[in-house]
Design a protein around this ligand. Structure first.
Ligand code: GLY
Length: 388
């Protein structure tokens, strides 16, 4: 899985020459791969029915996950995007079928990842069908997520695991779950979800970022007395003081959606600042696909993260609608998407049907390094849709 071309230069990469992706062709190839993926999913489920969604390929093995895995929603959510693009009943039926498998997670209070798990499939499903059963699932999931809010700290708790390492860990990824809360307020008229989302976003601006707009991965809060910060850490990045690539992408996407939902200019300024950090990087290669961590001293001999690139491209297309830097963001998103669609896609039939290659899941844990991953595929499809 070698990347064909690697030039080192600032991602102030030549935007003037950004080539436009062929969306029709990219969707057609992605659909062919996804047909293969579905066959593999169905075969795997005959043996282990509790494994509901395809996550990755590791050591050549196809890996499926249970519905409580944080990535379980991306697969059915992708199927909704195929339906959105094609309007083909085939994708509608498939999306409905696999969305059902994640439904029970609406009651899961043990994770902050309900935005990914529930809002991906059910949010897209509701948007595209208006099915009130989906709406009920979204509202229940928002209630479950809200139980993880602590008033003293003003934020939602991310993880319940590894209590020996931290007390009240909040990861930058958590910004992605706020969309579920904003939506639940729109659906119910109950502003408590909105208020939690705004509190979380405000505290995260204050505590999670460095002066250059790069983000820490994990902030550990004291919820017993003060809400003060106990520690600033990483779990999935190179070092506590480094900028883990996917974390920067989650931050960009998160503040972009917060601006969309609130029109608070502070969120727009934050998103612009984060975009500046990502796009002015001196280490990202000319094709715009970042290394897994901006500060890994072994760059360029380390893996890329196509998932971070896909999330970034999708976020930049939306941010371009709100920001004074619209032209620059659109050109950068086009460039990234062109690279992904021409150099980072699996050959038809390869990788069990996953669409993109070259993502990095959890390098410090030596897990999912330079592999296909479902969330890379999901945000790639979203970026393709948004590019139109
Ligand atoms: N939210 C976990 C990750 O981005 O890997």
């Amino acid at each position: 899985m070698k990347i064909k071309m690697m030039f080192l230069c600032a991602l102030s990469f030549n935007l003037a020459n950004a080539q436009k992706v062929n969306v029709k062709q990219a969707f057609a190839s992605a659909a062919k791969q996804t047909d293969i993926l579905i066959k593999n999913v169905d075969s795997a489920r005959l043996i282990k029915p509790n494994l509901v969604s395809p996550r990755t390929v590791e050591k050549g093995q196809f890996k499926m996950v249970v519905s409580r895995d944080w990535t379980s929603g991306f697969f059915p959510a992708e199927l909704w995007y195929f339906y959105q693009y094609t309007k083909d009943k085939k994708w509608f039926n498939l999306a409905r079928k696999y969305t059902e498998d994640i439904k029970k997670e609406q009651y899961n209070r043990g994770t902050h990842d309900l935005g990914f798990m529930i809002y991906g499939p059910f949010g897209n499903g509701y948007r595209l069908t208006g099915d009130t059963a989906y709406k009920a699932v979204i509202i229940q999931a928002a209630k479950s997520l809200s139980t993880r809010f602590n008033k003293t700290a003003g934020v939602l708790k991310s993880w319940d695991h590894n209590g020996d390492k931290w007390k009240y860990p909040v990861i930058i990824d958590n910004m992605m779950n706020l969309e579920l809360l904003f939506e639940a307020t729109k659906m119910t008229g109950d502003s408590s979800f909105y208020k939690i989302a705004v509190s979380h976003a405000d505290h995260t601006i204050k505590n999670h970022f460095r002066p250059d707009f790069s983000s820490y991965h994990v902030i550990d809060y004291d919820t017993l007395k003060s809400g003060n910060i106990l520690q600033k850490l990483t779990a999935q990045g190179y070092a506590n003081e480094s900028a883990w690539a996917r974390g920067q992408a989650w931050a960009l996407y998160g503040y972009t959606l917060c601006f969309r939902e609130t029109k608070n200019k502070a969120y727009l300024a934050q998103a612009d600042g984060i975009a500046g950090f990502i796009l002015n990087s001196k280490v990202t290669p000319a094709d715009g696909i970042p290394y897994w961590d901006y500060n890994d001293p072994n760059i360029p001999n380390v893996s890329r993260d196509a998932s971070a690139a896909a999330i970034t491209a999708s976020a930049l297309y939306e941010l371009a609608k709100y920001s004074g830097n619209a032209k620059k963001y659109k050109a950068a998103a086009d460039k990234i998407l062109y690279s992904l669609s021409t150099k980072y896609t699996s050959k038809i039939g390869d990788n069990y049907g996953f669409i993109l290659e070259h993502s990095t899941g959890h390098r410090p844990a030596k897990s999912e390094i330079d592999v296909p991953i479902n969330y890379a595929d999901y945000y790639y499809l979203e970026a393709l849709l948004r590019s139109k």
